[in-house]
Design a protein around this ligand. Structure first.
Ligand code: G
Ligand code: G
Ligand code: MN
Ligand code: NA
Length: 249
């Protein structure tokens, strides 16, 4: 059987799981949201990373089925964490789908979640091919009250054009820069310039992949508004993530 076949059965077989990773304010480490991260646990091959199976799902409309499952689970978990938003990754094919907003809105209304409690994470690739249409979609999403974050920021093309052209709430600095920032002046300089850009444009700046206190110190000096990474928590089951927030870090 092909991976696609197996993946299309994964929902019915109960092999998919959503994990949640806290996003904390830089300073008091208060938890403002959770990123929802998909996991596929197979009997035959063990866990398979979304960086492997999402691109396969994206080759067909299978991504829409998975995406609907992801969003439903994420919104359900948001119901139990009224003080946090849930941040969901959407692939370019989902974002460019006809009536993308209608699909999102239907699930959000069904879940009874207020739009400001959903953050939509997209990468710059999703914005490319029809810039006017992408800008219109983001404008309408934000008008409806959804949060929008640009994921993996710094790794795509024409970043500066994107932040000028597209209405956004947050930039997520790709974790490759956070990983390098203590060792390399180049990564540290890039992190500082992204945070400055974010501040000037009144955007939140979320540093991803934060693993050490040394990175936190540099990110505090740089002025990143939010932090996310293994230092605070690995991605956890919803109830474990909630318990951790109660406990503190
Ligand atoms: O959690 P992990 O680091 O293994 O994720 C690997 C990649 O898969 C990341 O780029 C992440 O954005 C992506 N990913 C994780 N969960 C989802 C999801 O629910 N939908 C989409 N489209 N991508 C996801
Ligand atoms: O592309 P995106 O930013 O959505 O990817 C998120 C991925 O990063 C998730 O798969 C998550 O498991 C992973 N991740 C989260 N925090 C850390 C961290 O501190 N270190 C590393 N190496 N990966 C992380
Ligand atoms: Mn993400
Ligand atoms: Na990222």
């Amino acid at each position: 059987r092909t991976v696609q076949d197996r993946l299309s059965r994964s929902i019915a077989r109960g092999e998919l799981e959503m994990l949640f990773q806290p996003i904390v304010a830089n300073g008091a480490f208060e938890t403002v949201g959770f990123e929802a991260l998909l996991r596929w646990n197979t009997d035959e091959f063990g866990p398979i990373s979304p960086s492997v199976f999402i691109p396969i799902a994206e080759e067909s409309d299978l991504i829409h089925e998975l995406g609907e499952w992801v969003l439903t689970q994420a919104l359900e978990s948001a119901r139990d964490s009224p003080d946090q938003y849930v941040s969901v990754n959407f692939s370019p094919r989902q974002f460019r789908r006809q009536n993308f907003i209608g699909h999102v809105m239907e699930l959000v209304q069904r879940a009874g979640i207020e739009p400001h409690r959903l953050q939509i994470e997209i990468t710059e690739t999703a914005l490319f091919d029809d810039v006017e249409r992408a800008a219109e979609t983001l404008y309408r999403l934000r008008q409806m009250g959804f949060r929008v974050a640009l994921d993996d920021f710094g790794t795509g093309y024409s970043n500066l054009y994107n932040v000028r052209k597209f209405p956004l709430d947050a930039l997520k600095i790709d974790r490759s820069f956070i990983d390098g920032m203590v060792r390399e002046r180049e990564s540290a300089a890039i992190v500082r310039s992204i945070t400055q850009l974010g501040r000037a444009l009144k955007l939140e700046v979320i540093a991803e992949g934060v693993e050490t206190d040394g990175q936190v110190a540099l990110l505090r000096a740089a002025g990143a508004s939010h932090l996310q990474g293994f230092l605070f928590s690995h991605p956890l089951r919803a109830e474990d993530a909630r318990a951790l927030v109660e406990e503190g870090y």
